[in-house]
Design a protein around this ligand. Structure first.
Ligand code: HEM
Ligand code: NAG
Ligand code: NAG
Ligand code: NAG
Length: 322
């Protein structure tokens, strides 16, 4: 199995439409209708459930940051072997059934041709456009991985400091600017109380709420989280289902929900980037498209590496090295 790592060097030579060995319109000859099939299924879902944008963005991030963008996140655990999905931070990732629906349509049109890793990438791009975010040509040609281990999951946590979080981005060849830009994905979607409840009362053992959170938000979220069964709240408390730059304006108003989000506004290394994006939505949008292309090319499998899964939740029979 040959794993092509996108080296930092390759990124310097990043051409507009080619990233590493991926290319725009990779399926033009083998499955010309691939991108329109994906778009149609995403559109249909978005029409009744706009929260799918948040689901797909997080799925794509969690896929790419664990073993690269190889759809390892989609594998279901079996009786014999648990997969990435069973690992801590992954458990609340949603949208798997939408990927299944897309895969089913694609298998009907062009069997064993379009990878699950490309489906996640393209569906995410389409859902971002529907929510008002940037459209961008996404290079494809990823292959699906043959490994999915819960022990490989080592994602940053919501209480990380900026420098701790940056370390996990740097390991992937991503910069501080990439990180602040990609966290702008928190302009859509929601978080469960268990990820921020520590900020609402006894923050870091102080006996008080996190002083960096607007008291009105502390009060609102305390009410929300008083209910049982781990409720949720929107990550962007202003325009929760629009893909815009309001996330940055909210954190400037001390209205970030996650600690890491709020820290972006106060940390001296990131505050300038935050105010830049807060005041210029177009710049954020362009920066986001570029950072998504970079994230989407992390450690991709190409050529004959990996496989094209027939079912995104399971390795193809026999070929699995798991
Ligand atoms: C330091 C890095 C990051 C941390 C610590 C972090 C943490 C979190 C946490 C704790 C949640 C709440 C999950 C839940 O309650 O179900 C969340 C949600 C989300 N994250 Fe992040 N995240 C990070 C980076 C990213 C990146 C790079 C993206 C995408 C580009 C992203 C996209 C999302 C989205 C869209 C949601 C909402 C999910 C939904 O609606 O189901 N995050 N994140
Ligand atoms: C597909 O794209 C490649 C490279 O961009 C091009 O050489 C080829 O002619 C295209 N094939 C079709 C069927 O459009
Ligand atoms: C909420 O978002 C709207 C639309 O982008 C903006 O005009 C408004 O100023 C924002 N409100 C707050 C309190 O940030
Ligand atoms: C958020 C969440 O549900 N996390 C759980 C995920 O799984 C780990 C075990 O791998 C649990 O300890 C977490 O509570």
């Amino acid at each position: 199995m040959k794993i092509i790592k996108t080296s930092i060097l390759a990124l310097f030579f990043l051409l507009p439409f080619v990233v590493a060995d991926l290319r725009v319109n990779f399926y033009n000859a083998t499955c010309p209708q691939a991108e329109s099939i994906i778009r149609q299924v995403v559109q249909k879902r978005f029409a009744t459930d706009s929260s799918i944008t948040g689901a797909l963005l997080r799925m794509h991030f969690h896929d790419c940051f664990v073993r690269g963008c190889d759809a390892s996140i989609l594998i279901d655990s079996t009786k014999k072997k648990s997969s990435e999905k069973s690992a801590g931070p992954n458990l609340t990732v949603r949208g798997y059934e939408l990927i299944d629906e897309i895969k089913k349509s694609l298998e009907a049109a062009c069997p064993s041709t379009v990878s699950c890793a490309d489906i996640v990438t393209l569906a995410t791009r389409d859902s971002v456009v529907l929510a008002g975010g940037p459209n961008y040509a996404a290079p494809t040609g990823r292959r699906d991985g043959l490994v999915s281990n819960p022990t490989d999951v080592n994602l940053p946590g919501p209480s990380f400091s900026v420098s701790q979080a940056l370390r996990s981005f740097n390991v992937k060849g991503m910069t501080l600017n990439d990180m602040v830009t990609l966290l702008g994905a928190h302009t859509v979607g929601f978080a469960h109380c268990n990820f921020f409840q520590d900020r609402l009362s006894n923050f870091q053992g102080s006996g008080s709420p996190d002083p960096s959170m607007d008291p009105a938000l502390v009060s609102k979220l305390s009410t929300v989280c008083a209910a049982s069964n781990n409720p949720t709240t929107f990550l962007d408390q202003n325009t929760s289902s629009t893909f815009d730059n309001q996330f940055y304006n909210q954190i400037l108003l001390k209205r970030g929900v996650l600690q890491i989000d709020q820290e972006l506004a106060s940390d001296t290394s990131t505050a300038g980037i935050v105010s830049g994006f807060a005041s210029n939505g177009v710049r954020f949008s362009q920066s986001f498209a570029t950072a998504m292309l970079k994230m989407g090319s992390l450690q991709v499998l190409v050529g004959n590496a990996g496989e094209i899964r027939k079912n995104c939740r399971a390795f193809n029979p026999a070929k699995s090295k798991n």
